[in-house]
Design a protein around this ligand. Sequence first.
Ligand SMILES: Cc1cc2nc3c(=O)[nH]c(=O)nc-3n(C[C@H](O)[C@H](O)[C@H](O)COP(=O)(O)OP(=O)(O)OC[C@H]3O[C@@H](n4cnc5c(N)ncnc54)[C@H](O)[C@@H]3O)c2cc1C
Length: 445
Amino acid sequence: MHFVIIGGDAAGMSAAMQIIRKLENAEVTVLERGGYFSYAQCGLPYVISNEVESTRQLVARDVNTFREKYGIDARTFHHVSAVDPEEKTVSGFAGETGSEPFTISYDRLLIATGARPSLPDWEGKDLHGVHTLKTIPDIEKIKADLAQTKDITVIGTGYVGIELAETMRTEGYHVRLIQRGDHLAPMLDPDMAEHIQKEAETHGYEIHTNEDIERLEGNSEGRVQKVHTKHSTFETDMVIVATGVHPNVEFLAGTGITLGKRGAISVNRYMQTSLPDVYAAGDCAVQYHRIKETDEFLPLGTHANKQGRIAGLNLIGQPRTFKGVVGTALFRFHGLTTGLTGLTEKEAQDLNLPYATAMHTASHNAGYFKNHLPLHIKLVYQTDTKRILGGQIIGEAGADKRLDVLATALFHNMTLDEFEDLDLSYSPPYNGVWDPLQQTIRRRQ
Ligand SMILES: Cc1cc2nc3c(=O)[nH]c(=O)nc-3n(C[C@H](O)[C@H](O)[C@H](O)COP(=O)(O)OP(=O)(O)OC[C@H]3O[C@@H](n4cnc5c(N)ncnc54)[C@H](O)[C@@H]3O)c2cc1C
């Protein structure tokens, strides 16, 4: 049986490795339009701050390893432009200039084409010095461009924008943050995002919220020089556009495949699409959200790896379901670690759920310890069932540990009382006798 995988990164290669490990003599072809296989995009911002020494460190396994050690027919610079589900073929163009047409037959196909940064159609978006961040070549271009840069404008303060802004500010650049809504870090509720705002102020960012970009203007050499917004004009040397991502699915037009949330490919729990013998996983596909009980588009590496692995097992006829996500994510912004899982208050409102919140600022260790640091916690719970719906946790220490405990509780639909009863660890250097999460629950109305 011939397995063809489109896309050679997290989801695609997780699937490929399952097939190779679990099925003897499997014939696997992976078609990747870029020049790299299997690299950690999540580490890209840290190349700027030299916390990652070079982009080479980000490559988990290179294309030769896949070919020589695992016998995968791994092909770089193979851009798939069409799928024919009747004939069971994929076709496209190969080579760095894309001049060599190819057509390949499959028995089972996995689409793992990920998502690409959305670049709104602003005038001036193609000027030199305007960047998005997704790939190794992107970060290399940004790094090279920093030589002519003092002032950077970051448009969008979601995960990618905020992480890249942090590494640039740490390196001493003047960084201007522009956000469309009324607070930075739009994935958080406004009351929790205030901590990010304060941290940004402490670290000397220029902050503009409630702003809409109108156009970008260049100098006579075609390099970006000004950002025009609804309310102002800013002089700048570089623009980073981090306004979200869009699933790579255009090549499937005409196949009749069903698309779901935000145009991502609809899949069932076995990662099957609506087309026979065609599966999808990762950022190009939807993820089932366990709290919302609906499909969502949550393009994260943690989901892509898990969905890819499950897709690999199903491709070889070892059925296993993807159990879904609860929307857990984590990021660093200077001294602060911020985590969120499940629903924000805003999402609970949008879903018309009967909810209440519990807010608390605990000490990250026993309060009598020297150097205790605040841990800000917000929990959202359902008022009738007392089920925990979500949480946001921000602090200089201990936020990541609490986030994953909370994510586990959400994954298993725990109620406030069940969480309060949990046997969590206690030792003064790490917490009080009641863990900060349990303290928060005990303070609820
Ligand atoms: C800067 C940054 C930081 C991030 N940080 C985090 C983090 O901290 N935590 C987290 O969970 N996630 C993070 N993510 C998200 C994470 O990297 C992605 O969710 C993950 O890479 C998705 O994996 P994927 O395999 O689905 O898609 P991708 O990694 O996008 O891989 C898809 C591959 O398909 C190829 N492809 C696309 N179209 C075609 C075609 N037509 N023909 C052939 N090949 C094609 C692409 O070239 C690409 O290599 C981050 C992303 C970025 C950019």
